[in-house]
Design a protein around this ligand. Structure first.
Ligand code: URA
Length: 294
């Protein structure tokens, strides 16, 4: 049924749902609509404290971003203007600074995972079901870093478990790699609604954490899947079809790790004709790992 063909008014629930589906709305994130463009009424009834304000670490707004509980069950969000540590009220560099301090304080991967789950500086967390950090072996010589969780990853709390993740697993298997000898993560830890591109602010809010994860895991070789991962971690400015297949270096402080931009598996699903290039890049990865003896 097409909504535009409907003649009876008011529209049925089915028609409304179809309208939303056609408009690209694929998820319900709250029971009640919230108009976030409006200031709250002068005297609002008492609300649930915000996650950040409820944090024991709450001090300055930037400090408050770093400490709260891991994704609590979804509740209607407070109006942004009432959130004392709302990331929208802080500059991207303040949020990045708070993330960097929180990440640096972590000495182990479990500590870092807890810090990421508690971080309130990335607006994507509000619409995500789960914080998605990593799967595989943190001691593995190869680390694959993608862009952001999709719907399946958000639902399961693990990166690359949907269709593109299954393709990634098959590609890894073809060069003798699996979860035992590969560590898999993303530059973002929460799903962008509708799988839209991440914003610069969202990337900057998460970047210190993925950098610290690399520092703590210390892989011998990194593969960045897709243009956002390559641009964020390797500083590439050209499109992925130009940068893929050539060795770069991931450099941060005293760390330097050979890194390869890869075509994203989701792109390969849409453009199967480029699998040949992808296979070339996997063989490059395999050769580098062999050369390093890992
Ligand atoms: N795409 C990504 O970049 N990462 C995932 O975890 C899933 C899909």
């Amino acid at each position: 049924m097409n909504v535009t063909e409907a003649t009876d008014f008011p529209p049925s629930l089915l028609e409304i749902a179809l309208f939303y589906a056609e408009a690209g709305v694929d998820e319900v994130i709250g029971e009640q609509p919230v108009d976030r463009t409006q200031a709250p009424p002068a005297r609002e009834p008492a609300r649930e404290p915000t996650r950040a304000a409820a944090s024991p670490a709450a001090g300055s707004p930037a400090q408050a971003l770093a400490g709260a509980t891991p994704n609590p069950p979804r509740t209607p969000l407070p109006h942004p203007a009432t959130a004392s540590a709302n990331p929208a009220l802080l500059s991207a560099s303040e949020v990045e600074g708070a993330a960097r301090r929180a990440a640096r304080a972590c000495q182990t991967i479990p500590e870092l995972e807890a810090a990421i789950k508690a971080f309130e500086g990335c607006g994507l967390k509000a619409t995500a079901t789960n914080t998605v950090i990593a799967r595989g072996n943190p001691q593995a010589p190869l680390m694959i870093i993608g862009e952001a969780p999709g719907r399946d990853e958000d639902a399961q709390g693990l990166p690359f478990v949907g269709e593109s993740g299954q393709l990634l697993d098959r590609m890894l298997k073809a060069i003798g790699r699996d979860e035992q000898n590969t560590y898999i993560s993303n530059i973002l830890f929460w799903r962008p609604p509708g799988n839209r591109d991440p914003s610069t602010e969202e990337i900057l809010a998460c970047k210190p954490f993925i950098e610290r994860l690399i520092e703590l895991a210390r892989p011998k070789v990194i593969a960045c899947a897709g243009k956002h991962a390559a641009a964020t971690l390797l500083g590439t400015t050209q499109g992925i079809t130009r940068t893929r297949g050539r060795w770069h270096e991931y450099q941060r402080d005293e760390i330097a790790i050979p890194a390869m931009p890869l075509l994203h598996p989701a792109y390969l699903l849409r453009q199967p004709g480029v699998k040949r290039e992808a296979w070339h890049d996997m063989l490059e990865l395999a050769a580098k790992l062999e050369q390093l003896g890992v």
